[in-house]
Design a protein around this ligand. Structure first.
Ligand code: HEC
Length: 115
């Protein structure tokens, strides 16, 4: 009996962790060719390593005080304000702010709303 209970318990734990993992990655999508295409059309001259670095910078900077927010929760105007407000206290250089903004805007504008 104990054996079955343990098996059941581990199944719950395994399925929960899959669920948590899938949620976490959807907050910070990895860079795809669609993202690169979007960023290039909008800003020009931006390659995959720029966007990968932008994502890293976003994760590193914005997970310091709280968990990472859901990018699709805010529009561009609100994101601009948020990034400014949030980085005031930590004196983030303008170049870092700009690259974080590019990552956030790219994700925001390539997000499939039908999903
Ligand atoms: C120095 C600590 C700190 C850092 C670093 C930080 N935040 Fe925050 N953040 C806070 C605090 C405190 C709050 C809650 C109070 C508030 O809303 O001002 C918050 C709240 C938020 C909210 C929710 C606000 C709302 O109106 O729903 C978002 C979104 C957010 N942060 C995004 C970011 C982003 C993006 C970054 C990286 C650029 C970042 N934060 C970095 C301290 C920080």
């Amino acid at each position: 009996m104990i054996k079955y209970r343990l098996l059941f318990l581990s199944l719950i734990i395994i399925s929960t962790s899959f669920f948590v993992a899938s949620c976490a990655t959807s907050l910070i999508p990895t860079i795809s060719s669609e993202h690169i295409k979007y960023a290039n059309e909008r800003w020009g001259n931006i390659n995959s390593s720029d966007l990968i670095a932008a994502r890293e910078k976003y994760i590193q900077t914005c997970s310091g005080c709280h968990s990472l927010p859901l990018i699709t929760d805010h529009d561009e105007k609100k994101w601009t304000e948020l990034i400014n407000d949030m980085t005031k206290e930590i004196n983030l250089p303008d170049a870092d702010k700009e690259i974080i903004q590019k990552y956030v805007f790219t994700i925001l504008n390539t997000y499939d709303k039908s999903k």
